[in-house]
Ligand binder design. Structure first.
Ligand SMILES: CC(C)(COP(=O)(O)OP(=O)(O)OC[C@H]1O[C@@H](n2cnc3c(N)ncnc32)[C@H](O)[C@@H]1OP(=O)(O)O)[C@@H](O)C(=O)NCCC(=O)NCCS
Length: 156
């Protein structure tokens, strides 16, 4: 049986602890991983939140989001490759939605590169595609990728 996932809020002191997941989870070809300075910068901005997922006390994933008034944005979500496809990403995404709702958000937005398997997770959680930006991201190879905008509506 897979051990339970424990999701807890964290702050800037946890940034170095999530970096191994960041570095292992993101494909360097797309340049989507943030460095610790970028994470710390975001966490210094009002409304930013870090959620950390642990399994048997080991950090297996995290989500970074920000809520401003009625809108939240899921900025970053990652699961360590050794723990993928075992429900960590789903639990984190749901926890971001719950946390956003508690803060008074009515919607959660996110942007994802077209072709990123994360899209399947977002659709499973209940996000809907509401926009598409052509050639929005540029990968390490110089290739351009479209961005999809997704929205989750929080029931009132
Ligand atoms: C996207 C990511 C966070 C998903 O995390 P995860 O813990 O593996 O996700 P879950 O196990 O909770 O998946 C829940 C469901 O989402 C869908 N899903 C998740 N990853 C998928 C994949 N690679 N391919 C297809 N469907 C996928 C499936 O429906 C899955 O349910 P199932 O395993 O029962 O089929 C993880 O793949 C990751 O860290 N990717 C690299 C970082 C990244 O690109 N993040 C998104 C942009 S910030």
């Amino acid at each position: 049986m897979t051990a339970l996932i424990d999701i807890t809020p964290a702050d800037f002191r946890c940034v170095e602890d999530i970096m191994p997941v960041m570095d292992a989870a993101f494909d360097p070809a797309f340049g989507e991983a943030w460095n610790s300075g970028q994470c710390l910068g975001m966490l210094s901005i009002t409304g930013s939140e870090l959620l950390v997922a642990r399994r048997e006390n080991a950090i297996v994933g995290f989500a970074l989001s920000r809520t401003v008034f009625e809108e939240s944005e899921l900025l970053l979500i990652a699961t360590h490759p050794d723990a993928q496809r075992s429900g960590v990403g789903y639990s984190l995404a749901k926890a971001v939605i719950d946390q956003s709702a508690k803060k008074g958000a009515k919607m959660v937005f996110l942007e994802v590169r077209e072709g990123n398997p994360a899209l399947a997770l977002y659709l499973r959680v209940g996000f809907l595609q509401v926009g598409r930006r052509e050639n929005y991201y540029r990968g390490k190879s110089g290739d351009y990728f479209n961005a999809l905008t997704l929205r989750y509506e929080i029931a009132s």
